[in-house]
Ligand binder design. Sequence first.
Ligand code: SF4
Ligand code: SF4
Ligand code: FES
Length: 249
Amino acid sequence: MIGRMVRMRVRRQDGPDQSSRWEDFEVPYRQGMNVITCLQDIQKKPVTRDGKTVPPVAWECSCLEEVCGSCTMVINGKPRQSCSALVDQLTEPIRLEPMSKFPLIRDLIVDRSRMFEALKRVRAWVPIDGTHDLGPGPRFSPEKQQVYYQLQRCMTCGCCLEVCPQVTTGNNFIGAAAISQVRIFNAHPTGAMHASERIDALTEEGGIQDCGNAQNCVEACPKEIDLVESIADMNRQATRRIIQKMFGG
Ligand code: SF4
Ligand code: SF4
Ligand code: FES
């Protein structure tokens, strides 16, 4: 007797300039399985529901515990991590698509460089040259630690860009994740020394001023980062910086 099967529909595309197509698969159900488990089963036996052998589906994953963000894809219409998407909680057939706001590489793999470039644009780090021992770092109060720990959980997964109406494949809007990272580094006692540089970068073309405040990003963030507050905070800092510059700062 054949046990329960899980039905999957995967949007396939062999490369960036190729056309896309849907393919249907079935994999044996096991308790507790997630979308990555299903993809691994398809990889072992890449045969569609109608019996055609096809090239194995390409996807990415690494940590398998919703920390790295690499397995992000659109599952039943919602961008999320496939390693934490449990089959028992999904309607079948489970539809898998690549995120649409990033250049496609193959099948479910996209190029998220846009996000990492955005972090470089706003200098999302504390500059230390490492030539001498700086001693212990400055202390954060427990209240601040709680706020900034939440912000630091960002895994550059791309969900916030995928749902943002201001992000398109043809523009360079920086997106909520990088805006939120500026909030962390500008609040850091050492990082604050370069706060103005970060705000200047954040207000260049494609910067925070392009945010339409639709707030889709905060709904989509799997780490429940308060992106709306980050955007509001950075807008306040940007306004102060404009005034400061008017007076020659
Ligand atoms: S508030 Fe809206 S426009 Fe601004 S980053 Fe979030 S989703 Fe995009
Ligand atoms: S802010 Fe949230 S949704 Fe955006 S990249 Fe970071 S973890 Fe993902
Ligand atoms: S594999 Fe790292 S978030 Fe899913």
